[in-house]
Each structure stands twice: as structure tokens, then as C-alpha cells.
Design a protein around this ligand. Structure first.
Ligand code: SGN
Ligand code: CA
Length: 522
């Protein structure tokens, strides 16, 4: 057990600190535990689509409310940019090789007998719950209550799995996940602290909006990202991906064009997309996307016009889906305030990874490039944690488990890879905070064809090694080239920095005991 963390807890609870204060000391609000934890996580919601990070595209007043009230992390990252793996390391605090869930492939199942933070909280007397996307395939363990969606779930009238059954629910997924979460909060044992994971399906592909929001953002023309027409020069793996808006985004399934030929495969894809809607709902959907389809057929865009048309449709639908998320986060915040829970609850809002909104011409994630390596992270802090504004230290979502444990006064097990960020929330600037991040992506060959890679990032540089079917390195100077277009690997003037980064990569692979190391991979 890490003794430092349990000591920190006592100083946070105030018990030890108050005893040692001289009587004339000015009164200072000491954080008082045990704290409740509301951990909201969405799917594929990227910082570009959250107005407290980026003002170009959408307005997210409720998500921004968390940041304004509390803290915004400006350097928040994942360790393997994919849903299942992301969920596995956030719940264990360990990198993929250690928690055993490295990809979303059918044979990969989370070993639910292993140590997780909900289990440790439960053992410490917390009430625990998870509602929404789970994606780890095995049954959730360590929860007093769980109600999850099967796999990726559905946007419209979705099914939910409970310990007893799988049932269709009426309504829109983001509203229902929130309804169920608030109901559980209402019915919980009010004498005990709680931890609830509210894990949304939104904003996952195919970005199906709530029908009431179909007309939102329709008058907006989104600016085309600078790197939309990237030619991937000097980046071999980027040339081989299949996640291009122009080439791989599907007109029917993704952009919701209604095909004319009722016998075609595309028509089956459309039928599937609307299969969960009631006839009345389908009529609304058909009217809206029918008009868009007619306009599309009339214009018949080609080449870059087609790519940009798809980009606009993608952005609009995604933005509408974000609007529902934002509403529902607002409902949770209102509930906590109305029920006197705000002052002793940590609220976390994050996503399972970032996403490409047309940067490099892409959608999806997986690469260690900034847009998908980063993930948004804002928190509203319980009373006594005075920290406000931006936190710039590099954090990764292996850090959530130790953070929640420390807040609950539960000693953090030694085998957890992440670091508690409680010191950062208290406004401390730990001199020994991590100076580099480790990343390892495994799912290849698979959908979107992003090659296996691992890498290291410091505040200025990033070194990536694609190691499976190819043996290719990339080096970027993030200060000079934030869009990561210029691979500097192999340039004589970067030999020294490359050597240092390789040493650091080796050190991280040893520290985390990753069995795949670049010495063997080469
Ligand atoms: C599905 C999506 C992919 C996505 C993966 C993983 N295709 O396969 O685009 O990369 O999920 O996403 S879809 O047509 O079925 O939507 S993850 O977020 O769950 O890891
Ligand atoms: Ca995801």
C-alpha cells in the first residue's frame, strides 16, 4: 500500500490537521470526507466539441459550468485510444497489458475478478452504481446497482441489461441514462457515501440525434480544419488508415442519406438505422433526412465538394448529439445542487478518448496524435478544495482510480499504475509530477486499420513506434508543429533528442512492465 496516500487522506479530512492547529489560527475550510463521486464519461466526445476547450464549433453551457465552477485539465490524455481498453484502465488504474483488456476484439473479455476501484470503494462502505455504456463484455462487479447497454447500444428506444433481464426502454439514450442515474441517487441509502458512473453512449458513431434536436446547428457552416487535406507525407501508418471522411465515412449509415433503391444493400443499412423508431418517430426522421437526401441527389457533389459535404453533415449530427449530452449533464448538476450534494461531491466529466473532427481528413480515434490521444477532463470539486481554473500537469485516465480511492480514504494499492491527482486538486505543484506519458495501441488489423504502436510524449516532443507489420518511427516537435505534419525522425539534428526519448520510452516500458518492448519489436 502507498502510505503517502493514506496520510494525505487524513490531512484532507481535517482530523489530524485540526488537532495540531494553534487556537488562534485563522479558520480555514479543510476538505471534509468522505466525498461522493459522480463520474460522468461520454464516448468519443472530443475537446474540440466542448466550448470550454474550443469555441469554434459548439456551445456546451453545462459542461462549461463544471469547468467554471471547478477545474479544467489542459493536458489530459488516454493510454490506448479505444473504448473497451479505456474503460478497463480507468476502472483498474492500470495500463492495458496489466489489466488484460487491450482491444475491442470479440475474444477480449475483461477479467471481472480483478481488483477495481468500485470494488475497493464498495468494501470501504460506499454505495456504487454504473449506468450506461460498459463495453467490457463480462458482467460488472463491484457495483450495488448496474444497468448497462449491450455493446455499443442504441440511440433510439434503447435496450438495457440488468442483472435480471434485457429490456427495451422508450426515449433517447442520453435522457434515459440520466433518468436511471437520478432515480438511483434518489433511492440510495442517504447515510452512506456513493460513487456513480454515468457512462453515456453519446457521441459514438453513427451520431444519431434526439429527434427534437434535428434542426439544431443546421444553419451553421463549420470551418474546414487546416489539415483536412493532409497528404500524410512522411507518415506511413497515416497513409494506411481507413478512417477518412472522404473515403471511409458512409453516406447512408453515417451521413443518413436515404437510398432510392429499396433492393440495395444501402437500403438495408438505412432500414437498420431506423429500426428502433416508432412509426411516428420514423416519419419525423424520414422527413428531415429525406429533405437532406433530396438536396444531396440534386447537387450530386463530387471530389472535394463531396468530402466537405460529408464533413458538414458529420459535424452537424455530432453537435446535436453533444447538445443532448450537455442538457443531461446539466440535469445531474441541478440535482446535486437541489439536494445539497454539491459541496461534498466530486463531479468528473470526461470521455473515453478524443476524436478527429476532420483533422487529417479523419473521423474516429486510435492514433497517438493529439486529437485522439487527448481527452477532455473537467471537474467540480467538493468544498475545501480551493483549486480553480486550469491544471496544466499531464494526467492520464489511469489516474482516476487512485484519485477516487484517495478521496474515499482508501489506501491505493501498489500495483496501480496511475497517480492520484488529489494533490493537484488541492493546488499543490508536486515537483516530481510525471514529465512523460506512455501510450500503447494494439487493435490491428481491425476496423479503420490503424497500425499497432506505442510511444512517449513529453511537454514538447512525441516519439511513436509502429512496430507490428512495419517498423517505422515518428518524431514530432509539438511546439513547432502542433498539427504533427512533419516527421523529424532520422533527421541528423534530432539525433540527440531521439536518443533521449528512446531512453524515456524504455524507462516507461520497464516501469510499467509492458511485455512488448521496442528492443524485441524491432
Ligand atoms: C464500431 C465503429 C467504429 C469504431 C469502433 C470502436 N463502427 O466498430 O467506427 O471505431 O466501434 O469504437 S460502427 O459503424 O459500428 O459505429 S469504441 O469507441 O467503442 O472503441
Ligand atoms: Ca469511444
Amino acid at each position: 500500500m502507498k502510505t503517502l496516500n493514506s496520510k494525505l487522506f487524513y490531512s484532507l479530512t481535517g482530523a489530524a490537521a485540526v488537532a495540531s492547529l494553534p487556537s488562534c489560527a485563522p479558520k480555514q475550510a479543510e476538505p471534509q470526507g468522505p466525498y461522493n463521486i459522480v463520474y460522468i464519461m461520454t464516448d468519443d466526445h472530443t475537446a474540440q466539441m466542448m466550448s470550454c476547450y474550443d469555441r469554434r464549433y459548439v456551445h456546451t453551457p453545462n459542461l462549461d459550468r463544471i469547468a467554471q465552477d471547478g477545474v479544467r485539465f489542459t493536458n489530459s490524455f488516454v493510454a490506448n485510444s479505444l473504448s473497451g481498453p479505456s474503460r478497463a484502465w480507468m476502472i483498474t488504474g492500470k495500463h492495458s497489458h496489466a489489466n488484460g483488456f487491450a482491444d475491442n476484439e470479440p475474444g477480449t473479455v475483461f477479467d471481472n475478478t480483478q481488483q477495481t476501484f468500485p470494488k475497493l470503494l464498495q468494501a470501504a462502505g460506499y454505495q456504487t452504481a454504473v449506468v450506461g455504456k460498459w463495453h467490457l463484455k463480462s458482467v460488472p462487479t463491484g457495483f450495488d446497482y448496474w444497468e448497462i447497454i449491450p455493446g455499443q447500444g442504441d440511440y433510439y428506444n434503447p435496450r438495457f441489461i440488468t442483472p435480471q433481464d434485457t429490456l427495451r426502454n422508450e426515449g433517447y439514450i442520453s435522457d434515459i441514462i440520466t433518468d436511471k442515474s437520478l432515480k438511483w441517487l434518489d433511492n440510495r441509502d442517504k447515510e452512506k457515501p456513493f460513487c456513480i458512473l454515468i457512462h453515456h453512449k453519446a457521441c459514438h458513431r453513427e451520431w444519431q440525434p434526439d429527434l427534437k434536436y434535428l434542426n439544431e446547428y443546421e444553419d451553421v457552416t463549420f470551418p474546414i480544419p487546416d489539415t483536412f487535406y493532409d497528404n500524410y507525407e512522411g507518415r506511413v501508418a497515416a497513409q494506411a488508415q481507413e478512417m477518412s471522411i472522404a473515403k471511409d465515412m458512409k453516406l447512408v449509415a453515417d451521413n443518413k442519406i436515404i437510398p432510392k433503391d429499396e433492393k440495395s444493400r444501402d437500403y438495408r443499412s438505412y432500414k437498420y438505422a431506423v429500426s428502433r423508431l416508432t412509426p411516428e418517430e420514423k416519419a419525423i426522421y424520414d422527413e428531415f433526412y429525406g429533405k437532406i437526401s433530396e438536396d444531396f441527389y440534386a447537387k450530386n457533389p463530387q471530389g472535394n465538394d463531396l468530402a466537405e459535404w460529408k464533413f458538414q453533415r458529420y459535424m452537424r449530427d455530432y453537435a446535436k448529439v453533444v447538445k443532448s449530452v450537455d442538457d443531461n449533464v446539466g440535469r445531474v448538476l441541478d440535482y446535486l445542487e437541489a439536494n445539497g450534494l454539491k459541496d461534498n461531491t466530486l463531479v468528473v466529466y470526461t470521455s473515453d478518448q478524443g476524436f478527429y473532427m476532420g483533422e487529417h481528413g479523419w473521423f474516429d480515434k486510435r492514433f497517438m496524435y493529439e486529437e485522439s490521444f487527448r481527452t477532455p477532463l473537467v471537474m467540480s470539486l467538493p468544498e475545501g478544495f480551493e483549486r480553480k481554473g486550469d491544471i496544466e500537469e499531464m494526467v492520464q485516465n489511469i489516474d482516476y482510480a487512485p484519485t477516487f480511492l484517495e478521496l474515499a480514504g482508501v489506501p491505493v494499492p501498489e500495483d496501480i499504475h496511475g497517480e492520484s491527482i488529489v494533490p493537484l486538486l488541492k493546488g499543490e505543484k508536486p515537483a516530481d509530477w510525471r514529465k512523460s506519458l506512455y501510450y500503447h495501441y494494439y487493435e490491428f488489423p481491425a476496423v479503420h486499420m490503424v497500425k499497432r504502436h506505442y510511444g512517449v510524449r513529453t511537454d514538447r516532443y512525441k516519439l511513436i513506434h509502429y512496430y507490428n507489420d512495419i517498423d517505422v518511427w515518428e518524431l514530432f516537435d509539438l511546439q513547432e508543429d502542433p498539427q504533427e505534419l512533419n516527421n523529424l525522425y532520422g533527421k541528423p539534428e534530432y539525433e540527440q533528442i531521439t536518443k533521449q526519448l528512446m531512453e524515456e520510452l524504455k524507462r516507461l516500458q520497464e516501469q510499467y512492465d509492458d511485455p512488448i518492448r521496442f528492443a524485441q519489436a524491432k
